[in-house]
Design a protein around this ligand. Structure first.
Ligand code: URA
Ligand code: SF4
Length: 218
């Protein structure tokens, strides 16, 4: 199979989707990862956050944003006065993509490409339909491309409310039916803050963009 489509049950609620996602074989990433990391959060969440893919810690624990990037995201949400427990948090790609190096025991993060983003998109569409948020935040380029299409550029489109286009309008493969409701605000990925030499300024930018999203809910 070339994408997650055949594994996604129709009209399913979040617990059903989560259960089904554990058995997804929509692309080869499931083979080496520990487990599927599905999204988490309340059904009625007004805000839905999309990250890139699980990292090492997320892969081990089976939960999104529980590692270093997640801790930073938690602080940024608090500063933006967004209650983390009220937010649905997920990733564009649900399995950890990594590479091994001879000289290390670590598993090194590899960014997912268009093939994996497209393969996994049916899960993201199903989550968007089940949660039906008012505002979506795309954390970084991969989430931006998953939601807005391949021409998305973080540097040009971050921090301003955009209309969420229907998936068929971004040339996404099936399922193309999902018009993700509401508005979308893109920002940088929390991992980019951790890597930045000018960390404080970059972090402030993330918090500022999250505030833009929060204001849309007022
Ligand atoms: N980075 C992400 O994009 N998602 C996670 O869940 C963890 C780190
Ligand atoms: Fe399925 Fe997505 Fe995992 Fe690929 S990355 S196997 S499409 S859940």
């Amino acid at each position: 199979s070339r994408d997650a489509g055949p594994f996604v049950p129709e009209n399913a609620d979040l617990p059903e989707l989560r259960r089904a996602s554990a058995g997804c074989r929509g692309c080869p990433l499931y083979e080496r990862a520990t487990q599927t990391v599905f999204g988490e959060g309340p059904v009625g969440a007004r805000l839905l956050l999309v990250g890139e893919q699980p990292g090492d810690q997320e892969d081990r624990q089976g939960r999104p944003f529980v590692g270093p990037a997640g801790k930073l995201l938690g602080r940024a949400l608090e500063e933006a006065e967004i209650e983390r427990d009220a937010v649905y948090v997920t990733n564009a790609v649900k399995h950890f993509k990594f590479t091994l190096k001879e000289w290390s025991k670590r598993r090194f993060h590899q960014s997912p490409g268009t093939i994996e983003i497209n393969a996994c998109r049916p899960w993201l569409v199903a989550e968007l339909e089940a949660v039906s948020p008012e505002v979506v935040v795309a954390l970084g380029a991969v989430a931006g491309r998953a939601l807005l299409g391949p021409s998305f550029r973080v540097t040009k489109q971050r921090g301003v409310p955009l209309d969420c286009p229907p998936f068929d309008a971004i040339g996404a493969p099936a399922p193309a039916q999902g018009p993700p409701a509401g508005r979308i605000v893109a920002t940088i990925h929390p991992s980019a803050v951790l890597r930045a030499p000018d960390r404080d300024a970059v972090y402030a930018g993330l918090v500022g963009d999250l505030r833009v999203a929060a204001r849309l809910l007022d």
